[in-house]
Design a protein around this ligand. Structure first.
Ligand code: PEP
Ligand code: MG
Length: 596
């Protein structure tokens, strides 16, 4: 059992992706071992060089030369005296084994990078790790570059999956499902899986140890169920479920063009959340009326260098044009936290969720921010753009971000670069501080979009990456409901639209509550749109308001959940499936997730 993180049923053979950090063995050498150790090092360097050359050739053939240049830089690094000579010196002078020496030298080189003020060069630290890991794996005789060989229709099983790994594999179209030991409902890996409509079960304990390569795995990403080598009987139950899921998808798609309007005429706009351009057709097919959240930081995931202004511009232009005049809400980079540039870890902050992420990261990396803002301003010519800033905690941050935007607008104007008309500039409300001063923020923001993944994380003090506290993740906690009410009231008083784009928006269990609260828009992944719409179209807002009133008179999250569930049952005779579990409060305390 684990946490159902992306709906759908899949059956396939297990592909175990071993991404655990390699443990560097540490040995002291006898004098006679020194020379052979130097030879071992040389062999590992030669082998690494051959592997990189081969990889470079493959990538040049399939993807062009941009990525290949990075690999060429890695090859140069392999032969850099700063690395090789220093490793040999440690082997000879300190009599330590090659793996240990490589790790020590890599650490030292990374420290040098730390002190470079330029963001781009600082990020090269990840390349040092990449090269060092390759040498160490080769010294230890381990397999490298296995990520390129996911077999078709595989169930990828891993201890943990970085958002980049999940994104790249899901994009390859060869993955039938994901199972990971770590992770929670709102970790970005789960979000990527949902966006790609790939079933996923996360927080599955020790699945990656208990499942062997090639095992037949049947998984249900709605209920969080995993069966290894199931019997014929169990398999036929899964196949039946798979058939039912596909049938309900088919029916849901038929409602694509109907508006989300309650029986007494309250209209909510249903938008789509997206990370990749490839998701647009699926969003449109499921009836998205616009884009409520484009997580632009995902552009950084499969690469080690920041996208250029031109690349940003092309992506934004493409989504604006593809949406054909429908509103497209583009969020500026939400880097930091569990989303870090490059494949390896960012300089580790003691508490990344409360560290330099999102708007803070952009305001302290101005060039990176300006590159994106310039591209957005230029792209605004091509459609109905709405811009929003993530993790705004106070009015000063909003003012600073807006003034940066205006400075870019002026500079482009002076340079004669075409820029579109003024577009709405809003904020994500995802911290209790923003919620508490929503009335003031509403004076200076053109719209609000509530990010409940973070709002719940920060208000209930539960790390969204940590399985141990996943059971405390309660969107119906009275404090969350009160915060939501405060935000909506402030938005309504200032006459600005209020949307929600956190995961809570796409879970049908909460639909009536959100309808009652008075959201103007909800934004979710494509598969969730038809389901949420179905519930909205079957109730009256007056009735939903009654339900909310009753809920807010109760006290504990358990009481409120039980009440909402019973009331939904009474109205619909079918309780909406909760993606996490049938009883949110009953989720077993899960284990830690350490990486993003
Ligand atoms: C949120 O916090 O709810 C949100 C939508 O942003 P993200 O999940 O990207 O942090
Ligand atoms: Mg957020």
């Amino acid at each position: 059992m684990g946490i159902g993180a992306s709906p759908g049923v899949a059956v396939g053979h297990a592909f175990i992706l071993d991404r655990k950090r390699i443990r560097t063995p540490k040995l002291r050498l006898a004098e006679a071992e020194v020379e052979p150790e130097r030879m071992r090092m040389k062999t590992a360097i030669d082998l690494s060089d051959r592997q990189l050359a081969e990889l470079k050739e493959q990538i040049t053939r399939t993807e062009g030369s941009d990525h290949a240049l990075i690999l060429e830089a890695h090859r140069l690094m392999l032969h850099d005296p700063m690395l090789v000579d220093e490793v040999n010196r440690l082997i000879v002078d300190d009599r330590i084994n090659a793996e240990w020496a490589v790790r020590r030298v890599a650490r030292k080189i990374k420290h040098l990078f730390d002190n470079i003020p330029d963001e781009y060069f600082r990020e090269r630290r990840s390349d040092v790790d990449y090269v060092a890991d390759r040498i160490i794996r080769n010294l230890m005789g381990q397999v490298v570059d296995e990520e390129v060989e996911v077999p078709a229709e595989a169930i990828v099983v891993a201890h943990d999956l970085s958002p980049a790994d999940a994104a790249l594999m899901a994009r390859s179209g060869r993955v039938a499902g994901f199972v990971t030991d770590l992770g929670g409902q709102t970790s970005h890996t789960a979000i990527v899986a949902r966006a790609r409509e790939t079933p996923a079960v996360v927080g599955a304990g020790r699945a990656s140890e208990q499942i062997s390569p090639g095992d037949l795995v049947a998984m249900d990403g709605t209920r969080g169920v995993i069966l290894v080598n199931p019997s014929e009987e169990q398999l036929s139950v899964f196949r039946e479920e798979q058939r039912r899921y596909q049938e309900s998808e088919r029916l849901a798609l038929m409602t694509k063009d109907q508006p989300a309007v309650s029986t007494d005429g309250y209209r909510i706009r249903l938008n789509g959340n997206m990370e990749f351009l490839e998701e647009i057709p699926s969003l449109l097919a499921h009836g998205a009326e616009g884009i409520g959240l484009y997580r632009t930081e995902f552009m950084f995931l499969d690469r080690k260098t920041a996208p250029t202004e031109e690349e940003h511009y092309r992506a934004y232009r493409q989504v604006l044009e593809a949406m054909g005049g429908r509103p497209v809400t583009i969020r500026t980079l939400d880097l930091g936290g569990d989303k870090v540039p490059g494949k390896t870890k960012h300089e580790k902050e003691p508490n990344p969720a409360m560290g330099l992420r999102a708007i803070r990261y952009c305001l302290s990396n101005r060039e990176l921010f300006r590159t994106q803002l310039r591209a957005l301003l230029r792209a605004s010519v091509h459609g109905n753009l709405r811009l929003m800033f993530p993790l705004i905690c106070g009015v000063s941050e909003l003012r600073e971000a807006r003034s940066e935007l205006e400075a870019c607008r002026t500079a482009l104007g002076r340079a004669g670069v075409p820029v579109g008309k003024r577009f709405p500039v809003g904020i994500m409300v995802e911290t209790p501080s923003a919620a508490m001063i929503a009335d003031r923020l509403a004076q200076e923001a053109d719209f609000f979009s509530v990010g409940t993944n973070d709002l719940i994380q920060y208000s209930l003090a539960i790390d969204r990456q940590n399985r141990e506290v996943a059971y405390l993740y309660r969107p119906l906690h009275l404090s969350v409901l009160r915060l939501l009410q405060t935000i909506i009231d402030a938005g309504k008083a200032a006459n600005i639209p209020v949307s929600m784009c956190g995961e809570m928006a796409g879970d049908p269990l909460y639909t009536l509550v959100l309808l009652a609260l008075g959201f103007d828009e909800l934004s979710m992944t494509s598969g969730q749109i038809p389901v949420v719409k179905r519930f909205i179209r079957r109730v009256s807002r007056t009735d939903a308001v009654e339900l909310l009133k009753g809920a807010m008179e109760l006290t504990t999250a358990e009481e409120i959940e039980r009440y909402v569930r019973t009331e939904m049952d009474r109205r619909f005779s079918e309780t909406p499936e909760h993606p996490e579990s049938s009883e949110p409060g009953q989720e077993p305390p899960p284990s830690d997730r350490t990486t993003g």
